[in-house]
Design a protein around this ligand. Structure first.
Ligand SMILES: [Cu+2]
Length: 266
């Protein structure tokens, strides 16, 4: 009996803790409400299954408790029960995975007219590159990386000359504009994560990964590295400052372009 009661308390306590705990989602600051919806679906399915399994265990512990003179029956197989378990589990897993596939395809397909910026991760800081007046990002290659050109911008590509380069400082973005993100790493795997944007993407050495989002409110949002990347991983932080278009333009004017940075290095 005490074990059955303990199991019921585990089930009720887990649901109560989930509902009453203060560590809830941060207020959203992007268009990705779908990410919250997929998390809610997963919580509902896993929560209902967890509660049902624990309560069923409590029932069995109580109902089939030891009594003098009774004996357990050995039943190694039950075809009908196995079919039911396989079907119900399959439907539950599919219901958790399928919405994610639709959200994923939207997450990596930016709308027409989205602007763009690049995130570059390295142990242990964040750098960024924004297109200049031409509106285009120049090509890059790891072979161009030097202390003066930490992002490896191709010096022979005219599209890269006016690119704004921000090394280890805050990124600013205008509010309400869809923006496409390209992500690169110069050393190990990192992961660009801004909880308020509900957006998270790995930075893989040798690959360019991507996603897009629209910042929906102004403010300063912290960037965390969500892929363990060595001893400085917890300190790998940065900020995205979302502001009005005019504040953003004023900030952009003050930034250095790749051409200016290479000229001052010489
Ligand atoms: Cu990292």
């Amino acid at each position: 009996m005490p074990i059955a009661i303990a199991l019921v308390l585990v089930a009720v306590g887990s649901v109560a803790f989930h509902l009453l705990n203060p560590w809830w989602l941060t207020p959203i600051a992007s268009n990705w409400h779908y990410i919250d919806a997929t998390i809610a679906i997963t919580f509902w399915i896993t929560g209902v299954v967890f509660t049902a399994v624990v309560l069923f265990m409590a029932y069995c512990v109580f109902r089939f408790r030891h009594r003098e003179g009774t004996q357990a029956a050995y039943q190694p197989e039950n075809k009908r029960l196995e079919w039911w378990l396989a079907i119900v589990t399959g439907v539950g897993v599919a219901a958790m995975l399928t919405p994610g596939l639709f959200v994923w395809s939207q997450f990596v397909t930016p709308p027409k007219g989205a602007s763009e910026f690049e995130v570059v991760g390295q142990q242990w800081m964040w750098s960024f590159r924004l297109p200049g007046k031409s509106g285009r990002l120049g090509t890059t290659d790891t072979k161009y990386i030097t202390p003066e050109n930490p992002l490896g911008v191709n010096p022979n590509d005219p599209n890269g000359r006016d690119n704004v380069v921000i090394v280890g400082d805050d990124l600013h973005l205008p509010v309400g504009k869809p923006v496409r993100v390209w992500l690169r790493s110069v050393d190990v795997v990192h992961d660009f994560y801004v909880p308020e944007f509900r957006a998270k993407m790995d930075l893989m050495p040798g690959m360019v990964t991507r996603f897009w989002f629209t910042p929906t409110r102004t403010g300063t949002f912290e960037i965390l590295c969500a892929g363990f990347c060595g001893i400085g991983h917890p300190q790998m932080r940065g900020n995205v400052v979302v502001e009005t278009e005019s504040d953003y333009q004023a900030w952009l004017q003050k930034q250095q372009t790749f051409a200016q940075l290479s000229a001052s290095a010489k």
